[in-house]
Design a protein around this ligand. Structure first.
Ligand code: HEC
Length: 494
């Protein structure tokens, strides 16, 4: 018996050691690092493609995967501060060897294979380890492979002066000129805290010919010039937090190119972050000691083809209790439950939810689309009126409901436009007995008659009103609503 099964067992182990690294990568890593190695969820997770962490001495990468990683880590010019769970107990040596061999030879990575013996050595050497590594801990054991300085022959010149924007440095004389051997622009050496200018000059290398992107952010202002051409510029006074960051592109031939960076610190915090990317450079290559601030992910909230989508969060240019509705066909609405009125309508994209996702609801999200029209910014009905919620029809079209004594005012919206001619149909109804209700239609936009039932509302909207008594007073437009007599208004963008 034993005699017969032994060869089969041996055959099985042989097959196991020739593991399919790609498939194992999909099982164990791609949920977070993505199938293309660029980091899952649009780069929220760090990349393995082009990462120096997977190059050079395999012990670093093996130990990292065995025990996980926590805290801030810089990968290809960006800082992440997440946690990678330990994988050591679930992945046997030969499987991990196959995965890392795959990772080190995929995308633009080109490093030597990893063997099961190397994993065994790493496992034994770190057997006592109970917690994930921090980046400094593991780098102390296994530093990242050395890289050439990103800017060759770098020289910095410092200019004292009080500027709130970039001066013409060519007309000024520096008080100090220094060589910067680490090849990174940095203001930590600058012997001044406030009110100075700095200019760096050196050479960058384009590994291959093609289009390169430069990303620049500064506190306060800065400019990048490559091959004598201005590529990106951050003007005026302000913080370095990504909100004023600028990108620019330039075509470069393979080889060295002169770069000049001009910078001004006025007051308060100081800093400059510059990075480049392009053909032959995996991810961003930092040209400053300060990495780029994290990119805000774009998370476009979009309706489906059949159904509108609701977004409830702080929306710019309306009140805190706003209800955003994005309709199929590219028309959008923000209804204020405080003012009982639609306050904004716009076309194209609905809302980018990225800011709320990152900052947990801080800051107001502006409409992501175009042709934004602010219809009103004050209450549409008397102070005694109360918002009573909204109902959605099967297509997600909302009807907002407001109670006014014993009467209810229903305000329904649906898209009626066609390709190239976006439009909304709004139906207003007063239910219940009582006197007519006066409803504010707009307090912002002048109303001009353009036909029997047609009007122009401001510069952007053609308004078609059926069965409607519209009235303008003091630059505001009102609608008289008689109980039981629905009125329809069509808002069409010109
Ligand atoms: C549950 C998500 C998750 C899984 C699964 C995962 N990682 Fe990670 N990995 C991370 C996170 C998050 C970081 C960054 C940790 C930090 O910020 O400290 C990271 C960092 C890394 C790094 C160092 C930084 C870089 O981008 O080069 C390497 C190398 C790495 N992981 C390899 C792997 C490999 C190989 C696998 C599969 C065996 C794997 N990871 C599985 C989440 C994951």
């Amino acid at each position: 018996m034993i005699h017969r099964t032994l060869p089969i067992l041996l055959a099985l182990t042989a097959a196991a050691s020739a593991q399919d690294g790609g498939q194992l990568y999909t099982t164990h890593c791609s949920a977070c690092h993505a199938a293309d190695g660029k980091g899952a969820t649009g780069g929220q997770f760090p990349p393995l493609a082009g990462s120096p962490w997977v190059k050079g001495d395999p012990q670093r990468t093996i130990k990292l995967v065995l025990h996980g990683l926590t805290g801030p880590v810089e990968v290809a010019g960006r800082t992440y501060n997440l946690e990678m769970p330990p994988q050591g107990s679930v992945i046997p040596d030969d499987h991990l060897a196959a995965i890392l061999t795959h990772v080190r030879a995929s995308w633009e990575n080109a490093s030597s294979p990893v063997t099961a013996d190397m994993v065994k050595v790493a496992r034994a050497a770190t057997a006592d380890r109970k917690t994930p590594w921090t980046a400094p801990e593991i780098l102390k054991l296994h530093p990242l492979p050395a890289v050439a300085p990103p800017i060759a022959n770098l020289i910095s010149s410092i200019y004292p002066g009080e500027w709130q924007d970039l001066p013409d440095f060519s007309k000024l004389k520096p008080i100090n000129v220094e060589e910067e051997h680490d090849g990174l622009i940095s203001i930590t050496h600058a012997d001044r805290n406030e009110q100075f200018g700095l200019v760096w000059e050196g050479e960058i290398t384009a590994p291959k010919a093609g289009k390169f992107t430069f990303s620049l952010d500064a506190d306060d202002c800065a400019r990048v010039i490559v091959d004598g051409k201005k590529v990106a510029e951050v003007r005026g006074i302000g913080p370095l937090n990504g909100s004023r960051a600028k990108q620019g592109q330039i075509k470069l031939s393979a080889g060295r190119h002169p770069i000049r960076i001009e910078y001004v610190e006025f007051s308060g915090q100081e800093g400059i972050a510059l990075a480049m990317k392009g053909p032959g450079i995996p991810g961003w290559r930092n040209l400053s000691d300060q990495p780029l601030p994290p990119e805000r992910p774009s998370l476009m909230v979009t309706p489906t083809e059949e159904r509108a989508v609701i977004y409830r969060n702080f929306l710019a240019d309306t009140t805190p209790r706003a209800i955003g509705v994005g309709f199929p066909g590219g028309v959008n609405l923000a209804y204020s439950a405080d003012n009982l009125a639609p306050e904004l309508i716009w076309t194209g994209n609905f809302i980018d939810g990225g800011r709320h996702w990152i900052d947990r609801g801080q800051g107001n999200q502006p409409p992501a689309g175009e042709q934004v029209v602010k219809l009103s910014g004050s209450r549409a009905l008397a102070d005694t009126a109360r918002f009573r919620g909204y109902k959605l029809d099967p297509a997600g079209n909302p009807t907002f409901s407001v109670q006014l004594g014993k009467q209810f005012v229903l305000d329904s919206w649906k898209p009626v436009g066609s390709e190239g001619s976006p439009a909304f149909l709004r139906t207003l109804t007063v239910n219940g007995q009582g006197s007519p209700v006066e409803f504010l239609i707009s307090d912002k936009l002048p109303l001009k008659k353009a036909g029997d039932q047609d009007y122009e509302l401001g510069d952007a909207i053609q308004l078609h009103a059926e069965n409607a008594a519209l009235e303008s007073r003091d630059g505001k437009t009102y609608l008289k609503l008689a109980p039981g007599k629905p009125v329809t208004l069509t808002y069409r963008w010109k």
